[in-house]
Design a binder for this molecule. Structure first.
Ligand code: G3P
Ligand code: CA
Length: 304
């Protein structure tokens, strides 16, 4: 499935690497907190159902998330945007244009307006091989609806999108996590991982709740490299990184692991690439096809 990555307002960190920011970023973060350890080489490899099982169903709909759960995704990946009236909704883009039958910026629309939109028919038209009648007319879910439906039995990998556009986004997110008792441990992992391209947004989350595990997203437009200093800076506040898979290599993965950080590349949809990622030592992936990655993990384990 095509990945419509639209990046804006990035700050250059080193050759070819960017993190999203709204102001100059000091990576020498003052934020420190107890970070969960990357336990051992046996660390569970996680499957993040990217926008749900979005290869098979319209992204960021409850049906897509449900399918991700059925396909044994460990985490439901949720991208957040915020409406004019301050409601957090699940949507990748700042506009509703691509994934609904509407047009306009989410920040200029009320939740009531967004709820009137059809968030499924576009998928049937674009991907007839996966089309289903029940996708037509699906609504854009709020984060609260997602928590109500999947509760504490699920794990969520939540991205603060465009935090500079949405003042108060982190506060609202924390409010909902607390309301639905999702800030703590879930067995040997956590109910949520919070991810962002914006270090400022992640640090804001930590100022409010230092125990929430954070993942720094990274995007490279050239073959990726990352310095020891950058990794140690990220380690001051995050437990892992999420780079775009297309630009990394085995040395990059090894370097991240050497710094005892998790590495969850995005977005890996082909089995061959999934196998390669496992060989390189990633600790999880974002995929639109969680069933495929779980098959690859099983094959990989049986060969070891
Ligand atoms: O969150 C991981 C990955 O989803 C980041 O890229 O643009 O798909 O949100 P994007
Ligand atoms: Ca995302």
């Amino acid at each position: 499935m095509k990945n419509w990555v639209k990046k804006s307002a990035f700050v250059l960190l080193s050759a070819g690497v960017v993190m999203q920011t709204t102001a100059p970023v000091s990576m020498a973060a003052g934020t420190t907190s107890a970070q969960p350890e990357l336990s051992s080489p046996e660390t569970k490899i996680i499957t993040a159902a990217h926008r749900g099982a979005s290869g098979y169903a319209p992204e960021h709909t409850l049906l897509s998330y449900e399918m991700g759960e059925k396909m044994k995704g460990d985490y439901i990946e949720v991208d957040l945007q915020m409406t004019k009236d301050g409601e957090l909704i699940a949507m990748h883009d700042e506009t509703v244009d691509r994934t609904t039958n509407g047009t306009g910026l989410v920040k200029d629309m009320t939740l009531e307006e967004i709820k009137k939109l059809d968030a499924g028919s576009w998928f049937n038209e674009r991907y007839p091989q996966y089309a289903k009648p029940e996708y037509a007319g699906l609504q854009v879910p709020t984060l609260e609806e997602i928590f109500k439906k999947f509760g504490r039995g699920a794990q969520y990998y939540i991205e603060t999108k465009s935090p500079g556009v949405y003042p108060g986004m982190e506060e609202k997110l924390l409010e909902l996590l607390e309301k639905y008792k999702l800030t703590g441990e879930n067995g040997c992992s956590s109910h949520v991982l919070i991810q962002s391209f914006s270090p400022e947004s992640l640090k804001k989350v930590h100022e409010m709740n230092p125990s929430l595990p954070l993942v720094q997203l990274l995007w490279y437009d050239a073959p990726a490299s990352i310095s020891d200093v950058e990794l140690e800076d990220i380690k001051q506040y995050a437990i892992g990184v999420g780079p775009n898979f297309a630009k990394i290599d085995q040395a990059y993965v090894q370097k991240v692991r050497d710094h005892h950080l998790l590495i969850h590349p995005y977005t890996i949809n082909e089995k061959e690439e999934m196998r390669k990622a496992l060989e390189w030592g990633v600790t999880g992936v974002f995929t639109n096809f969680p069933d495929r990655f779980n098959e690859v993990i099983q094959e990989y384990k049986s060969q070891k």
